[in-house]
Design a protein around this ligand. Structure first.
Ligand code: FES
Length: 128
């Protein structure tokens, strides 16, 4: 993710407008279509992130899945709930992906494609 408020004039040619910061409050997501490709754009505590909406398993619509934390292990090996990692769960079969990296939680070889997000003057763009 990148962020700059220096104006639209320095936008790269491959930046596509997907919404405004007002439409995409922290904790929210929007579905964008860029050149026929569906991209899910998320606003997390750490910024804006974009991943393919087409689940790498069988094409489920990720943007329709819940975004939550996930289970992890503490220093003693006990299961604990990690709120810091934002995970989207595919609504079709439950595969879980890190919203910020697109990685499948246990099988990184099945990660989702990710895209850079830019913010200029309150508007959100995905680089494609
Ligand atoms: S299509 Fe997403 S988990 Fe199966």
């Amino acid at each position: 993710m990148s962020r700059s408020d220096s104006g639209e004039s320095d936008l790269p040619q491959n930046a596509h407008h997907v919404g405004s910061e007002a439409e995409l409050e922290r904790g929210e997501s929007i579905l964008a279509e860029v050149d026929g490709i569906e991209i899910a754009v998320y606003h997390t505590e750490d910024g804006y992130f974009a991943i393919s909406n087409f689940c790498v398993h069988q094409g489920g619509p990720l943007c329709e899945g819940p975004v939550t934390g996930t289970l992890g292990q503490d220093d003693d090996g006990k299961l604990c709930y990690e709120e810091g990692t934002q995970v989207v769960r595919c609504p079709w079969h439950g595969w879980e992906f890190d919203v910020e990296t697109g990685e499948h939680l246990s099988r990184p070889e099945y990660s989702q494609p990710t895209y850079d997000v830019l913010v200029r003057d309150g508007e959100v763009y995905v680089r494609w």
